[in-house]
Write a protein that binds this ligand. Structure first.
Ligand SMILES: Cc1cc2nc3c(=O)[nH]c(=O)nc-3n(C[C@H](O)[C@H](O)[C@H](O)COP(=O)(O)OP(=O)(O)OC[C@H]3O[C@@H](n4cnc5c(N)ncnc54)[C@H](O)[C@@H]3O)c2cc1C
Length: 584
């Protein structure tokens, strides 16, 4: 994490942006150290018990598993809920890069726990951006402090991906408030015992609203009303009808919420709910990418530890420990392949998600309007890419973790199977990964005649060109350059054929998104290799050697997937769309 922050992303010069002056490398490293300590000593020990116990619904109140309430109190007492919030609302104002790294630690140690403060931060962002001054004054400080938590209420039984189907309704009142009615399902942290109040952000439609998503507005509906002095008032008409019994993240309460004449307040403008909600959803998509990464890292750490202690069979060529009854499984090429597949993609994904977070900081804090716009374009383009890629990778890595443990991974004892179950949801919520791919090809690629794409293509092209003659980098820049050409050709193919027939773009979308992610990581791996090469002589403990060799693995054994993906994309959609519906 320190390498990514201080070496790989040094050129982003985040510390030079207004508001970041105090965040020297020493300060940031101290925060990372303390975050690591908190996550490993307080949250990780509750991961398995939380999974086994799950949440319980008792008389309308959701009880989180034993230990969660105390851990949450410790969490807010240490100020973690305010890490990336503005100081004017009581936060510490750390850059989003730190938030991403901290979120990764949270998710490595306890994804279920991470859901509670994660949604609060999303609610914070939405109200900060779209709320009026009075709303900000009332709702933001307790959210930042962690005394209150937030939710995102979109999904209804008949409405998942297609938010135009939302039925929840909001009736205007003479005092300017709204009465909210309807049922929401699958609401994370919809009800729980960790905070004194819950702030629901609800997509609903007013009586005269246009049909579809254009008629949606966002309403803030608190669990308890708030008195003028900020203290907790009467209970509002929102109750938890049931909680879901799920495959994973069992300690995260996934609730059905009933809104029965609940009092709510419009946030932002009427019928502009999707715009406002996208503030929360985009932030959440970046966070969910890191959910996948966090699980992958935890699975990798478990798998490495096991591969260094489990003895089975002999090395194919020379035994590593002839005095023992068998060699460590670490000697077997296939086990090493699995470990390096995990490691190269985890470190690549961490570099990529941190790069996106760094550009996000520029989109918010750069003093130059053009630079802010460029950074915003970049973040818009890469958001679906990292959401889908990192969460697919999280599941792949969790599965490889089980595989490395063999049967001991499949049984519960070592916690590896929990990673598989917990990682799976990340590919589904916050817009399923197929929908992310559609967002990339359908919205982000064509936006402003390809303007977003330039924000990614330009730095990659410039890097390749400036390093083309460097023989030391040839083994990295060569494969990057070839894969980049494939991505450029695939982009042109998707644009041209998608325009002619939208099904062609849809059929290519998921392969195109993965190709995009691989090329983005190849670029970052080439940069990381360049840094590692420069530090070879002062390599303390082999850190840079390992970095270099992981870069080699990525270039030789992961990036070649780009050829197959390219072939799938340009094969076209006929084999998919031409298949007769009746034959399914
Ligand atoms: C544990 C958990 C927590 C959740 N937390 C929240 C929360 O806090 N707040 C909230 O509002 N919701 C939440 N959700 C809901 C979640 O966001 C939805 O489940 C998700 O958006 C997918 O919707 P759906 O399940 O209705 O699937 P559907 O929309 O029915 O999709 C089914 C399948 O069809 C595909 N599909 C659908 N439309 C398209 C399309 N246009 N193009 C291509 N493929 C398509 C999807 O990719 C998917 O594979 C949560 C869900 C779970 C399980």
């Amino acid at each position: 994490m320190r390498f990514v922050l201080h070496e790989l992303l040094a050129h982003e010069q985040i510390e030079a942006l207004p508001g970041n002056e105090d965040f020297t490398p020493d300060v940031l490293n101290a925060v990372l150290d303390e975050a690591g300590r908190f996550c490993s000593t307080v949250l990780q020990p509750l991961n398995r018990s939380g999974d086994e116990q799950g949440c319980r619904l008792e008389n309308g109140v959701v009880r989180t598993p034993d230990g969660f309430k105390q851990a949450y109190e410790d969490f807010i007492a240490a100020g973690w809920t305010g890490l990336a919030a503005d100081s004017e609302h009581g936060g510490q104002g750390l850059p989003a890069t730190m938030d991403a790294l901290f979120t990764e630690m949270l998710c490595s140690s306890n994804l279920s726990f991470a859901m509670y403060p994660g949604l609060s931060h999303g609610a914070y962002k939405l109200i900060r951006r779209h709320g009026n001054e009075e709303q900000k004054k009332t709702w933001l400080p307790p959210l930042v402090e962690g005394r209150w938590s937030g939710t995102m209420c979109l999904t209804e039984p008949q409405c998942g991906t297609d938010l135009g189907l939302i039925r929840a309704n909001a009736t205007p009142q003479t005092d300017g408030s709204y009465v909210i009615n309807g049922a929401k399902c699958f609401i994370s942290a919809g009800e729980h015992d960790l905070t004194e109040n819950i702030v629901h952000l609800v997509l609903a439609r007013t009586p005269d609203a246009p049909a579809g998503t254009r008629g949606l507005s966002v309403f803030l509906v608190p669990k308890f009303q708030v008195k003028a002095d900020g203290s907790i008032g009467a209970r509002n008409g929102v109750t938890c009808g049931s909680i879901e019994h799920k495959m994973g993240i069992n300690a995260s309460a996934t609730c059905t919420l009933n809104f029965d004449d609940a009092k709510g307040f419009l946030i932002g403008e009427l019928h502009q709910g999707m715009r406002a909600m996208f503030t929360m959803m985009n932030g959440a998509r970046l966070a969910v990418a890191v959910h996948g990464l966090g699980i992958a890292e935890a699975a990798y750490q478990g798998a490495v530890a096991y591969a260094k202690e489990r003895r089975q069979g002999r090395a194919l060529v020379t035994s590593q420990s002839p005095e023992e009854s068998a060699d460590l499984i670490l000697v077997h090429p296939d086990v090493r392949r699995m470990l390096l597949s995990m490691r190269s993609q985890i470190e690549g994904a961490r570099a990529l998600s941190s790069w996106v977070a760094a550009r996000y900081v520029h989109s918010q804090r750069n003093t130059d309007a053009r630079a802010r716009q460029d950074a915003d374009d970049f973040v818009s383009l890469l958001t679906p890419v990292i959401k889908a890629y990192c969460t697919d990778m999280g599941s792949e890595a969790a599965n490889l973790g089980v595989q490395i443990y063999g049967g001991h991974g499949y049984i519960r004892e070592h916690g590896m199977e929990q990673f598989v179950r917990d990682a799976r949801i990340c590919q589904i919520y916050e817009g399923s990964n197929g929908v992310q791919a559609m967002d990339l090809v359908g919205r982000k690629l064509p936006a402003h005649a390809g303007r977003y794409l330039r924000q990614f293509f330009q730095p990659v092209a410039a890097f390749i060109e400036s390093r083309a003659e460097d023989p030391a980098l040839a083994e990295f820049v060569g494969p990057l350059s070839k894969a980049f050409v494939r991505l450029q050709k695939a982009s042109a193919w998707v644009a041209a054929n998608g325009l002619r027939d939208a099904n062609e773009a849809g059929a290519a979308a998921s392969d195109y998104l993965r190709l995009f992610a691989l090329v983005a990581m190849a670029y970052l791996w080439a940069r990381m290799a360049e840094i590692a090469l420069a530090h070879q002589s002062s390599d303390d403990g082999g850190f840079y050697r390992a970095k270099l060799n992981t870069a080699r693995y990525f270039m030789q054994r992961v990036l070649p997937q780009s050829s197959a993906l390219f072939a799938c994309i340009v094969a076209g959609g006929e084999s998919i769309m031409g298949f007769d519906d009746d034959d399914f």
